[in-house]
Ligand binder design. Structure first.
Ligand code: UDP
Ligand code: MG
Length: 313
C-alpha cells in the first residue's frame, strides 16, 4: 500500500529570522515518520527574505512548495489559499514560528486513524505571550462561545489536522473575511482535541498586532453570531426606559432638567452611535462579500509538479 500523504500548510509573513529553523525542524520531523509529507508555505506578502529562503529550500527538497501572494492578505486568507493547493489525504495547518510543535502531529494522525475528521490543538499553557494577549484571547473565546450556536472549542487556534473530506467542504466556502477555526467547527463531522502547551515564538515577533487581533475577533463574532444585532435592540430599549425614569425623577425632585437632559442626550447619542456601528459592521461585511473580487491574488507558485495546481482564486 502507498504511504499516506499528509499536507502541512504554513502561512508566513515576514518570518526571515525563524523560517530556516522551521524548515529544518519540519524536514527532520518528516524524515522520521512513516507517512509522506508535503510542506506548503503561503507567503503572505512578506517584505523581507522569507520568500528567498523558502525558494532556496525548494531547490533542495521536492516536498517543499510555495504559494506566493501578491501582497499581505492576512493569516486567515493565507490558510484558505494554502488548503486549496494540498493533495494529501489529511491536511495540517500550523504556524511557521514553531509555536505549534510538530511533535504533536503524530498524536493528531493517530486520532485521525481512529476515525476523527478534525483533530484540533487545544492550548493548555501559552508560553512567552503577554498577559494582555492571554487575557484578551481567553475572554474572546469565552465570549464567542456565549454568542454563537455552534460549538467553537475554547482556546483553540488554527493548529489542526483535517481529513480530505473536511478540506473539500471548506474549499466550497469562499468567505471574504474568513474565521477559519469557526468554519471548521461549523462543518461538523467527527471532531476531537489534542491538548498541548503552546511554545514561545522561536524567533521574531508576533505578526498579530492589536489591530489584527481586533479584526479577527470581529470577523469571528460577526460571521458566527447575530447577538450583537439583538444587543443593539436591547440597549435601545434599556436607554429608553432609563431616560423615561430620569425624566420622571428629574421632574419630581427639581423643576430644572439641565443635568438630566445632558445625561439623557449623551446616553441616547451613545446608544444610537453604538447601534449604527454594529449595523455598519454587518453591512460592511455584506458589501465586501457582494463585490466580485477574488479573495486573494496568487502571484507565483513554486514546487508544484502540475500546472493544474496553479489555481488562482
Ligand atoms: N501570518 C500571516 N499573515 C499575517 C500575520 C501572520 O501569514 O498577516 C502568519 C505568521 O507568519 C505565522 C502565523 O501566521 O506563521 C501566525 O501569526 P503569529 O505567530 O504572528 O500569531 P500569534 O502566534 O502571535 O498569535
Ligand atoms: Mg505565532
Amino acid at each position: 500500500m502507498d504511504r499516506e500523504l499528509i499536507s502541512i500548510v504554513l502561512p508566513v509573513f515576514n518570518e526571515e529570522q525563524g523560517i530556516q529553523k522551521t524548515i529544518d525542524v519540519l524536514l527532520n520531523y518528516c524524515d522520521n515518520r512513516p507517512e509522506r509529507y508535503e510542506l506548503i508555505f503561503v507567503n503572505d506578502g512578506s517584505s523581507d527574505q522569507t520568500k528567498a529562503i523558502i525558494s532556496k529550500a525548494i531547490r533542495e527538497h521536492p516536498e517543499i512548495k510555495l504559494v506566493d501572494f501578491s501582497r499581505n492578505f492576512g493569516h486567515q486568507l493565507a490558510i484558505s489559499a494554502g488548503i486549496r493547493y494540498t493533495s494529501g489525504q489529511a491536511v495540517v495547518v500550523m504556524d511557521a514560528d514553531l509555536q505549534d510543535p510538530p511533535s504533536i502531529i503524530p498524536e493528531m494522525i493517530n486520532k485521525w486513524h481512529h476515525g476523527y475528521d478534525v483533530v484540533y490543538g487545544q492550548r493548555l499553557h501559552r508560553d512567552g505571550e503577554t498577559l494582555f494577549k492571554k487575557a484578551t484571547a481567553s475572554l474572546f473565546y469565552r465570549l464567542l462561545k456565549e454568542m454563537t450556536s455552534i460549538e467553537i472549542p475554547l482556546d483553540t487556534g488554527d493548529f489542526r489536522l483535517m481529513d480530505r473530506r473536511v478540506v473539500d467542504v471548506l474549499k466550497q466556502m469562499p468567505e471574504k473575511d474568513p474565521f477559519v477555526r469557526g468554519m471548521v467547527s461549523w462543518v461538523g463531522f467527527r471532531q476531537t482535541a489534542v491538548k498541548y502547551d503552546r511554545q514561545e515564538r522561536f524567533a521574531g515577533e508576533s505578526k498579530y498586532p492589536l489591530r489584527k487581533m481586533i479584526k479577527l475577533a470581529l470577523d469571528g463574532l460577526s460571521s458566527f453570531s447575530l447577538v450583537p444585532l439583538k444587543l443593539a435592540q436591547w440597549l435601545g430599549t434599556l436607554a429608553l426606559i432609563t431616560s423615561l425614569i430620569t425624566l420622571v425623577v428629574g421632574l419630581i425632585t427639581s423643576f430644572s432638567l439641565g443635568v438630566e437632559i445632558l445625561f439623557l442626550s449623551t446616553l441616547l447619542g451613545g446608544v444610537i452611535l453604538l447601534t449604527i456601528g454594529i449595523l455598519g459592521n454587518y453591512l460592511g461585511r455584506i458589501f465586501i462579500q457582494s463585490r466580485e473580487r477574488p479573495l486573494y491574488i496568487v502571484s507565483d507558485t513554486k514546487g508544484f509538479r502540475s500546472q493544474l495546481n496553479q489555481i488562482n482564486l
